[in-house]
Design a protein around this ligand. Structure first.
Ligand code: SF4
Length: 468
């Protein structure tokens, strides 16, 4: 690793940037414009958020709050738990434990830093990771393994079986850093009584682990407050999903990123509720006016990203969609499977409900929620089994009237590479144009952003998408 990359802690470095970015628009417009001329390396990413008005600024404030909480946890006497985006953070907040979610930290580095996170990914390989392990953990994990971040107290992993590379990253980190490790398990089925019982018992073991690590019992009143926010956030997210069905789609493309990032990092907090309220206000207004959420207010096409998005510098992925007048109809990271959400209509048993009447009810609801997190829900069994990847993608494509589907993943994702060809062939049989990109969402060295846009432009042209 280069000496310069060791100069500052990775998380501290990103926090200072995000903290300043979140305040950049607090003054006058003239001050903001002047500031842009002084930050050539960061003006692209700052403008990419600020130009979306209140929701963009609230998103920056949410990121600042989250990163600050991570940096200050130790000084405030809170434990830090490293975990994955597949895990629902509310239970950690209920124990006053700070979640350090690795994949979003990798996204921050890739989106904000011109140099990306390649050196940290490679550092993991120097320590023993394979180069084909998922880049979404390695981007940030390399920094923590190199001692360039806050001290992690323990690790919670919840993707074995669903994703070996994710699970191995966390168990490697636990062994290397010599810290406690808890692993939630998932049976290959989701909706039968045996799987439900298993999820819930496993989640109770997690609570015992958290009690042991923190020396505290689960605080009922704190959990109730968090669950109240989760319920409200579910209602807001569901309304957004309903509005997305309109043609043109009134939701700006980048709200997809806002929705799932906020959920991964700060589900159950007031900051996330405020962000969703602001996003919904804009989307409702656009729907009343009958306009699309793109900057031009027009919609040429509706794209579904059947897996993940691309996190190249300055959020250029969402800018590309916006400038091509393409509405983002969500990715696998966007749907959290509330039983009331439109994609769960007529398959409510695949969704979760929140029962806030008792402690047991709340714990079971969180267990059900975790077992339906992105990827954990749809990629746990054969791709074409009921309620799995193909079924969920076809359901979304039909409900949202999408014009095309794009697969973007990571080089390490054996889970999806093993089935992406038959999967996309099946989608094509249903008349849905599909593009498979051989890119890595976190690592521009695999395929440059320019090469990706060439391929997407070519695909749109050849398949005559948005030509009418
Ligand atoms: S992108 Fe693939 S390899 Fe990475 S965590 Fe998700 S399922 Fe696992």
């Amino acid at each position: 690793m280069r000496k310069e990359s060791r100069e500052y802690n990775y998380d501290w470095n990103l926090w200072t940037i995000v903290e300043n970015a979140s305040r950049a628009y607090d003054g006058f417009e003239k001050e903001y414009q002047h500031l842009l001329s002084l930050i050539p390396n960061f003006r692209g990413v700052l403008e990419a958020f600020v130009r979306h008005g209140e929701p963009g600024i609230l998103f920056l404030k949410l990121l600042a709050s989250y990163t600050r909480n991570c940096i200050q946890a130790y000084a405030e006497g809170r434990k830090i738990a490293a975990s994955t985006f597949c895990f629902a953070a509310p239970i950690l907040y209920a124990f006053d434990v700070q979640p350090l979610i690795l994949e979003p930290w990798s996204v921050f580095g890739t989106v904000i830093l011109q140099r990306g996170t390649g050196e940290f990914m490679d550092y993991c390989c120097e320590l023993g990771f394979t180069e084909t392990s998922c880049s979404s953990q390695r981007g940030a994990l390399g920094a923590y393994l190199a001692g360039l971040g806050v001290d992690i107290d323990f690790i919670i992993c919840d993707s074995p079986g669903i994703c070996d590379t994710n699970a191995n990253s966390f168990s490697f980190a636990s062994a290397y850093l010599d810290i406690p490790f808890f692993q939630l398990n998932f049976p290959p089925t989701l909706t039968d009584e045996r799987a439900r019982r298993y999820h819930r018992q496993d989640f109770h073991s997690l609570i015992e682990f958290l009690e042991k690590q923190t020396g505290k019992k689960l605080d009922l009143s704190r959990l109730s407050q968090i669950i109240e926010h989760v319920k409200r956030q579910d209602e807001l997210a569901i309304e957004l999903m309903e509005l997305q069905r309109l043609i043109p789609c009134p939701m700006p493309p980048i709200y997809d990123l806002f929705l799932y990032s906020g959920r991964f990092l700060m589900s159950g907090t007031s900051e996330y509720s405020e962000l969703l309220e602001a996003m919904l206000a804009v989307t409702r207004k656009n729907s009343r006016l009958g306009i699309a959420g793109t900057t031009s207010t027009r919609e040429k096409a509706r794209g579904l990203f059947c897996y993940i998005d691309h996190y190249t510098t300055d959020v250029r992925f969402w800018d590309w969609l916006d400038s091509h007048e393409i509405s983002h109809m969500g990715s696998i990271l966007y749907n959290f499977w509330q039983a009331d959400n439109p994609q769960a209509h007529s398959k409510e048993e695949q969704g979760y409900c929140i029962d806030d009447h008792s402690l047991e009810g709340m714990i079971d609801s969180l267990a059900d929620q975790v077992s339906r997190m992105p990827m954990v829900k749809s990629i746990r069994g054969p791709y074409d089994a009921p309620g799995m990847w193909l079924d969920d993608t076809l359901g979304a494509a039909s409900l949202l009237k999408t014009d095309f589907v794009v697969y973007i993943g990571t080089m390490g994702c054996r889970n999806t590479w093993g089935m992406v060809k038959p999967f996309t062939r099946d989608l094509e049989r249903y008349g849905i144009p599909c593009l498979v990109l051989y890119a890595d969402a976190f690592d521009d060295r695999i395929q440059s952003w320019e090469a990706i846009t060439d391929r997407m432009d070519e695909f749109m042209k050849l398949r005559r998408i948005g030509a009418h």
